[in-house]
Design a protein around this ligand. Sequence first.
Ligand code: B16
Ligand code: MG
Length: 231
Amino acid sequence: MNKKGFIFDLDGVIVDTAKYHFLAWKQLANSIGIDFSEAQNEQLKGVSRVRSLEKILEWGNTSLSEDEFMRLMGLKNDNYLNYINGMDESEILPDVTKILNTLIEKEQGIALGSASKNARSILTKVNLLEKFQSIVDGNDVSKAKPDPEVFLIGAQLLQIKPEDCIVFEDSVAGIQAANAAHMIAIGIGENDVLHEADFVFKNFTEISITFIEDIISGKIKKEPKNLSIDN
Ligand code: B16
Ligand code: MG
């Protein structure tokens, strides 16, 4: 039997929590006199919570004591969790459940590989937690994407070789992490942004069951150009 490991990013792939990150970061930034735009929010996709606040402070030319930094991170997360608490299954992005169910039916490995420390709460809210055999989130990694650590741990937990894993990602750093892990990198989003991916789809409605079957059988492989010897 062919068994592959399918590793899903969370924000931007399974659900669109970027809109809630935006509202929570904007409220926090404005409270300390810093403007925060949607374009800046784009740059925080896939970036850890600590690094996100560091970037916002850089944009606002502001520095804080360590205590104040920690306090503001807590405030942002409390505010973000208020939005997350209102989530339900209707927020799952189109055809994500269909693809997950197909993979379960075909007895494939399924893992989550997210930078978010709130990943388990979010999956619970949208009722998808039990579809994942393994979860790797922001609590489990020491190195952020583009480092491949998050996906390599995912492969290890699934007990599947990295070369037999496939990553679904919406961020450039995440695609680079998948390439560095020698996994098939599937971008979810725009081709011009995610051009380092092996394949790019706007969303899961564009991914056919035949495509999934061809990956499982090994007919579809990683693009050789994305397999450089130094990563
Ligand atoms: P948290 P992903 C990432 O999720 C988000 O894209 C990013 O905007 C966020 O800062 C990061 O999680 C940390 O999230 O504050 O919940 O720990 O795309 O890696 O699933
Ligand atoms: Mg993401």
